[in-house]
Design a binder for this molecule. Structure first.
Ligand SMILES: [Fe+2]
Ligand SMILES: [Fe+2]
Length: 483
């Protein structure tokens, strides 16, 4: 049973909802975790319940009802997608796992929800999560909630989904988190002057390569986990993922991809020697500071030379650390003394690096640019100094959704890409046939065709693609839309 959609006018601003939603989920997680360790009357549990109650009430003041919906690996609170970042990764995964254990797709929390009801609900979740089959657990939970007079909470069963793509996404998350941990370890090692655990780095890179080969989109999708506090680490991992995916498109063998991935992960290792206050500085850099940053390529090369003493580092890693800002016409830095041709590894890493840097928000007050605009600039402006073949591969990887791709939109609608946008500049805004509407109902064939360039009165796009999905999860056969 779904409520009428909440209009813009009566709902909280999106940022506030996102913030409130995150606090609510964190509070939920804290109660679950403390309940696991202590009896319910324990002060820690009671304090966590207080926090949860306050957090839910605050949100319910501005929202008529809270709808926490799980769609794939995303959590939406009243149609606002919550960003998964590294600091809330644990709470998100835990809550997603809990909802899955009961096959819960949507949780409705109504105004008037009491602290007592939260306590009963969460205690039941914990005690029942280990019993029986997921299909039966939800029934049992609902019965018990009813018996305990929990009336402000309603649970809806998740829609059926395909197991393999789900598993793939979990795997991609694990691989991503491990790669971030490894990168953090390498950077800390360089700062402290100790040798890195290169075996661990190699294993992490192999996992990335395997995952890209198995399910490219699941891994590329992870690069949208962007957290400016962790920028140094997520940037290196993103550059690794993009580089490996590009290498795959360019026909690299698995062994070459391992080497490319390793090289990409370490491309900015020289930044570990640049003082953090310069790296994270908000606003413009002074000449002296800029010079310092420009030293990171050769500092990286030197650092990697040093590491060769510990274990084997591919020679190409040293080259890429040195060359990745040179640009194909050698107008970048460091200045090349003699004419040279950049190696293919350096060209790939430079493209992956440029794309990730431009689409990520690095510090407060800097804004990320839309991926399609970044791609356009990389393609159109020769001064950027990127290799066009590699940029073309990147456009194929990210910018163009092939016809028949099933996509989830930010409106919660699901669509099938019907045609590229007639305006060739709008790489990420194809024509889409809506197959599943906002309420989750299937639209009769052939669906309602819309252009993702349509804007509302305020000039904002009406619909944007959130992610590519597996059509089987929604019972769709893309071919049906093109007869
Ligand atoms: Fe760099
Ligand atoms: Fe970089």
């Amino acid at each position: 049973m779904s409520q009428p959609p909440i209009t813009e006018a009566e709902s909280a601003p999106e940022g506030q909802l996102r913030q409130g939603g995150r606090s609510l989920l964190l509070a939920l997680y804290t109660v679950l975790r403390s309940l696991k360790m202590y009896p319910v009357e324990n002060a820690t549990v009671q304090k966590a319940l207080d926090d949860l109650d306050v957090s839910a009430r605050t949100l319910l003041k501005s929202e008529v009802e809270l709808e926490i919906r799980m769609a794939g690996d995303f959590l939406f609170v009243n149609a606002t997608r919550l960003r998964v970042e590294l600091d809330n990764y644990a709470s998100f995964s835990h809550i997603l796992a809990m909802l899955r254990a009961f096959d819960i797709g949507v949780l409705h929390v109504r105004s008037g929800m009491e602290r007592r009801e939260w306590q009963i609900f969460l205690s039941l979740l914990l005690s029942l999560s280990q019993q029986g089959e997921p299909e039966e657990r939800l029934e049992e939970l609902q019965d018990r909630l009813e018996a305990a007079k929990v009336t402000h909470l309603e649970l809806e069963r998740a829609q059926a989904e395909g197991g393999s793509s789900q598993e793939s996404r979990h795997q991609a998350k694990r691989v991503y988190a491990e790669s971030v941990a490894v990168t953090r370890d390498v950077v800390a090692g360089v700062r402290l002057g100790r040798g890195p655990r290169l075996k661990r780095v190699k294993r992490a890179v192999q996992l990335v390569v395997d995952q890209v080969l198995n399910n490219e989109m699941s891994m590329v999708g992870m690069t949208t986990v962007r957290d400016y506090d962790e920028y140094t680490f997520t940037h290196s991992v993103n550059v690794c993922v993009f580089s490996v995916a590009l290498g795959k498109k360019l026909g690299f063998s698995k062994l070459q991809l391992y080497e490319l991935g390793m090289t990409a992960l370490l491309h900015d290792v020289g930044k570990a020697r640049v003082p953090a206050e310069i790296l994270n500085k908000v606003g413009g850099l002074e000449d002296r500071e800029w010079k310092f940053i420009q030293q990171h390529p050769w500092m990286g090369a030197l650092t990697l030379f040093g590491m060769r003493a510990y274990e084997e580092i591919p020679y190409r890693s040293i080259l890429v650390a040195h060359e990745h800002h040179m640009k194909v016409d050698l107008t970048g830095y460091p200045k090349a003394i003699r004419p040279r041709t950049l190696g293919i590894f350096s060209r790939i890493v430079a493209v992956a690096d440029g794309f990730d840097a431009a689409t990520t928000r690095r510090v407060y007050n800097t804004t990320a640019i839309e991926p399609d605009q970044v791609l356009k600039e990389m393609w159109d402006n020769p001064k950027r100094g990127y290799d066009r073949v590699v940029v073309k591969a990147l456009i194929n990887l990210i910018g163009v959704y092939p016809v028949g791709t099933c996509v989830i939109l930010d409106t919660l609608e699901v669509g099938v890409v019907a045609a590229p946008n007639p305006d060739g500049q709008q790489l990420s805004r194809p024509l889409v046939r809506i197959a599943v509407d906002v309420d989750g109902a299937t639209v009769p064939l052939p669906g309602n065709q819309v252009s993702l360039t349509e804007k509302d009165e305020s000039g904002a796009f009406k619909r944007s693609i959130v992610k590519v999905t597996n059509p089987a999860r929604f019972g769709l056969t893309p071919g049906d839309y093109f007869v």
